[in-house]
Design a protein around this ligand. Structure first.
Ligand code: UN1
Length: 494
């Protein structure tokens, strides 16, 4: 059995605790991937000390040269795409087609970051005084603590780490304990591409121990967290108290709206992919389907038939559509929500149970589940489940559809299927989400556009695209007065 280590101080190193946890395949619990460090707070201390040394050197490296490292990272990821997708599916379960996409999102993020090394734009603007120069520029901040989830084991760490590094910061990565192997490979690739070793630190372990120590560490001025809204609240309180810069990416209760005038084939393909892709374990997953009355019964009937035909199994085997949930706690949470749905009077149309029999008995499989007659405002309709459970809500009008979409505390993504261009543009304007798709599912964000949500999904920052570079850098303004005299702004010129 392989024992993996942390990467701290420029070397692969054992945890201060001397203890390790096991990482097993969620599709087959008999398959042990390896042992990973169950690190302690002392490992975070060591990582911070080293990262500060790394930062001191890296911040002086020109941004285009930092970009060159990230371009090589993209090349290395592309060369190893198939191998990485395989190990990702083995440790988190989603089918190979999806883990390939996950690696590709990392490659896209690397190449985007590489080009940003030649931009990192500031502004030059006229001064209100003669013979005076006024401009802004971007500066690195310091050591960034990145706490990442299991569902996109490669893409999400790259969304955070690559822009942080491009901006000249040092990074401490604390990956989810369900997917430590992917994070290990990512760090190997960064080093192979030429990143100076102390610029990146990898600390494995439990969120309550090392995630907490990282968030609370006074010498880590930047925290980026993707995970549950509940944990995000703790992270936010801590960072607020310590005056840290914080980006939060949290829960979702994303809806696909299908109106009477929609292309139903397209809408049904979309909801199947949005609701049951990644076994429903995406922040952007479709967990609500809002159907206008005229097409409600037809869509439900056809959708249930399609959901029942989905093939569950090991994601590395061709022909399997849906993989397992990531662990037993996730499966128990889904079961609890099935009970809540039943108790609140929703109608279970398919699924609702663990998927068992044969090889499925060894993994955390759960049947794709659809409830109809779900009432807006009920717990099933309001709370994030993070599993293969879709709630169908019937509405009479566009206005009611929009109100139901907006009637939750989350606001990540939404989708509307319609052939009416006016309604499509109204949806872009009126749906309270960070991302709205027209005639496409709630999932599928691209790496070069800002990603994030409103309300309790986020705290106003975005990942991806150009906006994330502002999060990972500090604005510095420079004034150069070459008049040779004292010029008093707001006084001498008025
Ligand atoms: C997530 O759901 O946690 O838009 C990230 C998507 C992916 C990223 C999802 N590109 O579904």
């Amino acid at each position: 059995m392989t024992t993996f280590q942390n990467f701290i101080g420029g070397v692969w190193t054992a945890p201060s605790t001397g203890t390790y946890f096991e990482n097993r395949n969620p599709a087959d619990q008999r398959d042990l991937i390896g042992r990973f460090p169950a690190s302690g707070a002392a490992d975070i201390d060591a990582a911070v000390t080293s990262a500060q040394r790394g930062f001191d050197r890296w911040k002086r490296t020109p941004a285009p040269a930092r970009g060159d490292v990230l371009r090589r990272v993209g090349d290395l990821m592309a060369a190893r795409k198939e191998e990485i997708a395989n190990l990702m599916t083995r440790e988190m379960g989603k089918p190979l087609t999806e883990t390939r996409g996950d690696v590709q999102e990392g490659i896209d993020t690397a190449y985007y970051a590489a080009t940003e090394g030649r931009r990192l734009f500031g502004h030059t603007v006229p001064s209100e005084l003669a013979n005076k120069w006024a401009m802004s520029m971007r500066r690195p901040i310091g050591v960034c603590g990145l706490v990442t989830p299991f569902n996109f084991p490669m893409a999400i760490p790259t969304w955070k780490a690559f822009p942080a590094l491009l901006c000249g910061n040092a990074v401490i990565l604390k990956p989810a304990e369900d997917v430590p192997h992917t994070a290990t490979v990512l760090v190997e690739i960064l080093l192979e591409a030429g990143l100076p070793p102390e610029v990146i630190q990898l600390v494995h372990g439990m969120g309550e121990v090392v995630g907490k120590a990282l968030v609370e560490h006074p010498q880590v001025p930047v925290i980026s967290f993707t995970g549950s809204t509940e944990t995000g609240r703790f992270v936010g309180e801590t960072c607020g108290r310590l005056h840290k810069r914080l980006s939060l990416e949290m829960g979702g209760k994303n809806a696909q709206i299908v109106l009477d005038d929609a292309d139903l084939d397209l809408a049904i393909d979309g909801v199947l992919w949005g609701a049951f892709g990644t076994t429903g374990q995406r922040c952007t997953a479709t967990s609500r389907l809002i159907l206008q009355r005229g097409i409600h019964d037809t869509v439900v009937e056809r959708l249930v038939a399609r959901a029942e035909a989905l093939v569950l199994g090991d994601g590395r085997v061709a022909g399997h559509d849906v993989g397992p949930l990531v662990n037993e706690a996730a499966r128990e949470k889904v079961e609890r929500y099935v009970e809540i749905g039943r108790a609140q009077g929703a109608t279970l149309r398919c699924g609702g149970q663990r998927a068992t029999g044969g090889a499925l008995d060894h993994g955390f499989f759960f049947q794709p589940t659809i409830f109809t007659n779900v009432t807006a405002g009920s717990r099933l309709e309001q709370e994030e489940i993070f599993g293969p459970v879709l709630s169908v809500i019937q509405v009479d009008s566009v206005e009611e559809a929009f109100a139901v979409n907006n009637g939750v505390r989350y606001g990540l993504s939404s989708s509307v299927y319609t052939s009416n261009v006016n309604v499509a543009f109204r949806a872009l304007q009126e749906l309270d989400n960070g991302i709205t798709y027209v005639n496409a599912p709630t999932i599928g964000a691209e790496a070069h556009l800002p990603f994030g949500g409103v309300k309790e999904t986020g705290n106003g920052h975005r990942e991806g695209g150009w906006e994330v570079y502002e999060f990972y850098s500090e604005t510095k303004v420079g004034y150069v007065d070459y008049s040779g005299a004292l010029q008093r702004a707001q006084i001498d010129n008025y």
